[in-house]
Design a protein around this ligand. Structure first.
Ligand SMILES: C[S@@+](CC[C@H](N)C(=O)[O-])C[C@H]1O[C@@H](n2cnc3c(N)ncnc32)[C@H](O)[C@@H]1O
Length: 374
């Protein structure tokens, strides 16, 4: 069965950030928003799919449930996949890849065999080729078999939505824009105060915060897989872009890092994002940063942590220095700090509030540590 008018849309996020994504999704007016593990589901039509891709800051991907059928054995899967109206979803000549998740509770429990049947059905019954890998596919069909129901979803985003289109140069261990946006939201950041990141790397927090202050559309600088689907309506997508309202901001945003190279990257990334004039980046070690003139705001940082870069003893010294600078020079500011290591967080000697759930990041579990106003 093909779904046509309203269907389930899954907005994915790293586990641990679902609550903040739900918050954003509800504020943006999406319908029937509900948390599931690793995401938020909403209901809507293609206009909602396009809007989610273009405007949400926290979603990693937008997956669209396009249809489902029952299949108890591979011959049935083959037959029903051949009958599925692929032409209502795909356009001719696309490179398609199918992904299947199943388990022993289903009659069809061999994912590889199921992929093979669905891919063959698509290529033989519809004029599409099968891509050699996910990386080179125009469209990925994500299939889940649950209680012998074959649930078909398309990845309407293509590249992960953290790729906003302006970050071309990166330092080590960059934060994903989508995660940075969720951490800022978790710190109640709404664009009306300055943000400073004293270990800014390629400038993700600073740029994301400046974009939020100007209410720039998150996906304004990139393309999406949905543009290749049968449902794509260029005029309606353009209308979403045209009706989006940015706002003026007098706030300023500050990034610094001891690594001169990444400061160059941050400047270039901010300029490409169109918010270069609102941001200042300086090659300064954390021990030497000064409190900016003007109103207090939010310090948002993810310092290095052991398993990724840096050595443990140096890290303790770094976190201690960061904590000292914050306590001595940043009275009136709040702090949000992302790290995997509680001992390092303690080394700052800052008055952390109780932390929430751990968040999956780069193969580790990180926590967001927050203070109230110092
Ligand atoms: C995990 S990375 C931050 C990544 C950044 N959030 C991004 O999205 O690209 C940590 C950064 O801390 C910087 N750093 C390490 N020690 C520092 C120090 N003493 N002073 C300032 N920056 C430092 C590193 O150069 C690195 O860019």
């Amino acid at each position: 069965m093909l779904y046509t008018s309203e269907f389930e849309i899954l907005l994915t996020t790293p586990p641990g950030l679902e609550e903040w994504l739900l918050d954003e999704v509800k504020a943006a007016g999406f319908k029937r928003a509900k948390i599931i593990q690793g995401g938020v589901t909403v209901w809507g039509g293609w206009i909602d799919v396009w809007r989610a891709n273009l405007t949400l800051r926290g979603a990693s991907k937008v997956l669209v449930r396009v249809g489902e059928f029952r299949a108890f054995h591979l011959a049935q899967l083959d037959k029903r996949a051949r009958k599925f109206p692929w032409g209502d979803v795909l356009t001719k000549g696309l490179k398609v890849k199918v992904e299947v998740v199943t388990n022993k509770r289903n009659k069809i429990y061999h994912a590889g065999a199921a992929v093979e049947r669905i891919e063959r059905a698509i290529s033989e019954e519809f004029d599409a080729t099968i891509a050699e890998s996910m990386d080179v596919a125009d469209i990925v069909i994500k299939t889940r078999i649950v209680s012998n129901n074959v649930l078909l979803s398309v990845d309407s985003s293509g590249d992960g939505l953290h790729k906003r289109g302006h970050k071309q140069a990166m330092g080590k261990a960059p934060m994903r824009e989508t995660m940075a946006a969720m951490f800022l939201r978790a710190c109640d950041y709404d664009g009306h105060e300055p943000v400073l990141d004293p270990m800014c790397g390629s400038g993700t927090f600073v740029i994301e915060a400046a974009e939020i202050a100007r209410n720039l559309m998150a996906g304004r600088g990139r393309t999406f897989a949905f543009q290749k689907l049968a449902s794509y309506d260029e005029g309606k997508v353009q209308k979403i872009r045209d009706e989006w309202q940015t706002r003026e901001s007098t706030q300023h945003f500050y990034g610094s890092d001891r690594n001169v190279n990444v400061i160059g990257f941050s400047n270039a990334n901010a300029k490409r994002a169109g918010i270069g004039g609102m941001c200042s980046f300086a090659p300064t070690p954390v021990s030497e940063i000064k409190r900016p003139e003007g109103p207090a705001g939010l310090v948002m940082v993810n310092p290095p942590y052991g398993a990724r870069i840096g050595k443990k003893r140096d890290l303790v010294a770094l976190y201690t220095a960061f904590g000292t600078v914050m306590r001595e020079r940043f009275q009136g500011w709040r702090i949000g700090m992302v790290t995997s290591d509680r001992n390092l967080a303690q080394a700052t000697n800052l008055p952390w509030l109780p932390t929430g759930k751990p968040i999956a990041h780069g193969g580790l579990r990180v926590h967001l540590f927050q203070t109230g106003v110092l």
